[in-house]
Write a protein that binds this ligand. Structure first.
Ligand SMILES: [Zn+2]
Length: 274
């Protein structure tokens, strides 16, 4: 082979190699561009996905918030309604003409070793007794919640004593009922009534009103949610004799009742007429 031919061959070979390399380079460059494009597309896609995910999240969050708020409102309303009902429960009228609803069972709490009351008035009662003592008086709870059976026992006993006092046996129950409620019509069965007497004057008679304890209680009981239930001169309406020791819990209505000067029966009638 001649030198020139050799050179030509070399040139061709180099050219071919260069072409190959160039081609490869271009290929590689194109590949890189594609990869870059793919990357860009991927990033854009990720961005889009994230944005929509965030939007969805917000919507969901918003929806959940709205649902929660709605449920909370409904719950609050229900609670308010129950609180209203519970307050009105405190106004349950029980007297010889309005017996306790059958099956009425208060949730009780002991206020001393031997007496229980509806738990809703226990704190107020204890506070009243405590404050009365701190004012120098001597209050003593002699009766609180009574079961139907216990009330029956009290009533039967009273009927017997009335008969022994000379009253005709047929009239005796009616006479007894003026001072001891017929079973099923005693506020004591509600758990919202207490008989409080003076430790140094324990008779359940009109003399009770002369004690410092009763004077203090009559003046202040409404501050604790209680009213003197059978004031003097109201027997015709209450069906019960004057009892300056029987206090009934009525909760927040006590102030209004106290200020109105109305006997409970009249206060209830006025409310119903509203
Ligand atoms: Zn009583």
């Amino acid at each position: 082979m001649k030198v020139k031919e050799k050179n030509d061959l070399l040139i061709v070979a180099v050219a071919a190699l260069l072409t190959l390399l160039l081609g490869f380079g271009i290929q590689f460059g194109l590949h890189l561009r594609d990869v870059h494009r793919e990357q860009q597309r991927g990033i854009a896609l990720m961005d889009r996905l994230q944005t929509s995910a965030e939007a969805a999240g917000e919507t969901e969050h918003g929806t959940i918030s709205a649902l929660t708020a709605g449920r909370e409102r409904a719950y609050e309303n229900k609670l308010k309604h129950l609180v209203e009902l519970e307050k009105l429960d405190m106004l349950m009228l029980v007297n010889p003409y309005n017996p306790i609803p059958e099956g009425y069972t208060p949730v009780l709490r002991m206020v001393d070793e031997s007496h229980a009351v509806d738990e809703r008035c226990a704190d107020a009662l204890l506070q009243m007794i405590n404050d009365c003592r701190e004012a120098g008086m001597h209050p003593y709870i002699c009766s609180a919640y009574r079961t139907q059976e216990y009330q029956q026992g009290l009533f039967d006993n009273k009927v017997l004593r009335v008969i022994l006092s000379g009253v005709d046996a047929e009239e005796a129950p009616a006479v007894a009922a003026r001072s001891v409620a017929v079973p099923g019509t005693s506020e004591h069965q509600l758990g919202l009534a207490v008989d409080i007497i003076d430790e140094f004057y324990t008779n359940l008679d009109q003399g009770q009103e002369g004690t410092d304890t009763q004077q203090w209680l009559m003046e202040n009981c409404w501050r604790y949610g209680f009213i003197l239930r059978y004031p003097n001169g109201t027997t015709e309406k209450t069906g019960i004799i004057y009892e300056p020791w029987h206090y009934r819990y009525v909760g927040e209505f006590a102030e209004e009742i106290h200020k109105s000067g109305l006997v409970f029966e009249d206060y209830i009638a006025q409310r119903r007429g509203r």
